[in-house]
Design a binder for this molecule. Structure first.
Ligand code: FAD
Length: 118
């Protein structure tokens, strides 16, 4: 593994970005205000333009045309990010994640019920 002072490679950047996006979705309101929706849409739409892995950004831009962001509430948004992440997993030959809200909340918000993450 590369030392911590090195700039992030595509893998590190990806892990950090997915952590941010899935966690932000997990804490997004059930019933967002129009302002919250607009800001989430702006955040998502910026990714294909600004994400500093060009081929990652362009893949995401393509898939977003077919699957417009669902900013209606945290359940829909969490699922939307999960599905986009699964598309990348599939491309990279990684395992797909179960996109049920139970599994997503366990991974990104609540931790498992055995308390091992408390
Ligand atoms: P990651 O895929 O980073 O996942 C981190 C953790 O998230 C996992 O340990 C798991 O617990 C959880 N997780 C896994 N899948 C899901 C899911 N579907 N929903 C919720 N949680 C999940 N890399 C490339 O090589 N090519 C690309 O085209 C590419 N495109 C990317 C596009 C975007 C928008 C982003 C943010 C990243 C992209 N990456 C791409 C990086 C890639 O997705 C991984 O982040 C990187 O390969 C590191 O993988 P990892 O195995 O450490 O786990």
């Amino acid at each position: 593994t590369r030392p911590d002072y090195c700039p992030p490679d595509v893998e590190q950047l990806g892990r950090a970005t997915w952590t941010f996006l899935h966690t932000t979705a997990a804490y997004y309101p059930e019933k967002p205000t129009p302002t919250q929706r607009v800001n989430m849409l702006t955040l998502i739409r910026a990714l294909p333009v600004l994400y500093p892995c060009t081929h990652c950004a362009s893949h995401l831009g393509e898939t977003m045309k077919e699957h417009p962001p669902d900013v209606s509430g945290r359940v829909g948004l969490s699922r939307w990010f999960c599905e986009r992440h699964n598309e990348v997993n599939e491309r990279l030959g990684k395992e797909k994640f179960d996109c049920s809200i139970q599994k997503l909340d366990e991974r990104w918000k609540d931790g498992p019920s055995d308390g091992s993450c408390d």
